[in-house]
Design a protein around this ligand. Sequence first.
Ligand code: F6R
Length: 239
Amino acid sequence: MQITIVNDYDELSQAAAAHVMRVLRDRPTPQVVLPTGNTPLGMYHLLRTEWQAGRTDLSQARFFALDELWPLPEGHPATFAATLRRLLIDHGPVGHFDHLRSHAADPEVECHRYAEALGGGIDLAVVGIGRNGHIGYNEPRTDMRAPCQKVELTAQSRLSAKAYFPDLEPPEFGLTIGMGLIMAARSVLLLASGAEKAEVLAQAVTGPVTPSLPASLLQEHPGLIIVADRSAASLLPSA
Ligand code: F6R
């Protein structure tokens, strides 16, 4: 595990964007998993700037959304697919973008399709961390070996889904790349920002590995890189 502690959110965004760019440049057909949420917004801003300047060849890049709300109509602006398109995907000539279908008739079949689509393996999974330790929509005590799964959302996750869409009646479920596939990724970049993440980050890094805190599983990932700002890292032993 490599932990980089930076001063503030701007530095976190720069470090994260630089890491994604490195993977995009280094791998011939990079498969990169992307999260939504507040934490990566600065990273997406920097990547957009990079792409708009045309400095990166994205024609071979393969991007996959980490998770999705279910059910929601296809193309609904609150879907994570639409969010990632707005934030990043539609800003450059990206070779490939896939996501879990929020409108899938059968979520199990959709999860199977998505895991197959990721069959070549994930080069980089960028993830945030929930206050309850969730990664993607892998909520505490859900199946930690699943490649992809449908999960009942916690009240907190449903509330977060409303953050940008106050009128949204958030769906009860999420579809997510499971910890099984995340643990098989070549590398995982975990981003944490702000004092409200300090406790859960410290537990995830120094506490026991347990399905009660899905992020703790990442301790066993050989290619885990954590980038945290000082506030989020304040309870880590090295901080
Ligand atoms: C989003 C996702 C979530 C978030 C996590 C942190 O696609 O999968 O696991 O990464 O809830 O959210 P923020 O960044 O808003 O604190």
